[in-house]
Ligand binder design. Sequence first.
Ligand code: SF4
Length: 102
Amino acid sequence: LYIDDECISCGACVSECPNTAIFDADEKWTMADGTSMDDNEEHDPISEDHTFIVAAKCTECNGFFDEPQCVDVCPTDSIHPDPNNEESKDELMAKKIKLHGE
Ligand code: SF4
């Protein structure tokens, strides 16, 4: 999933994410944040203008919920599937295990 430019950075989605995959505009992020990974390397923000999703941490909520939680709470309908990064359910579940263990 990705967040488009209609995002008003309200932050409603940030706390909904079970993978800590959503960050505020211009925020540095790590894989370790909110996961059991020990990769604390800081990465540059994906967007300086609005809230963003780190695809490497997003499981589309597989392993936690039936539906992506962020999409439900977004008041501007700014969160969409990324046509350039389609992942199967198996791939998303493998990512969930990588992030949090079995
Ligand atoms: Fe987080 Fe779920 Fe939204 Fe992905 S779909 S960013 S895992 S809340």
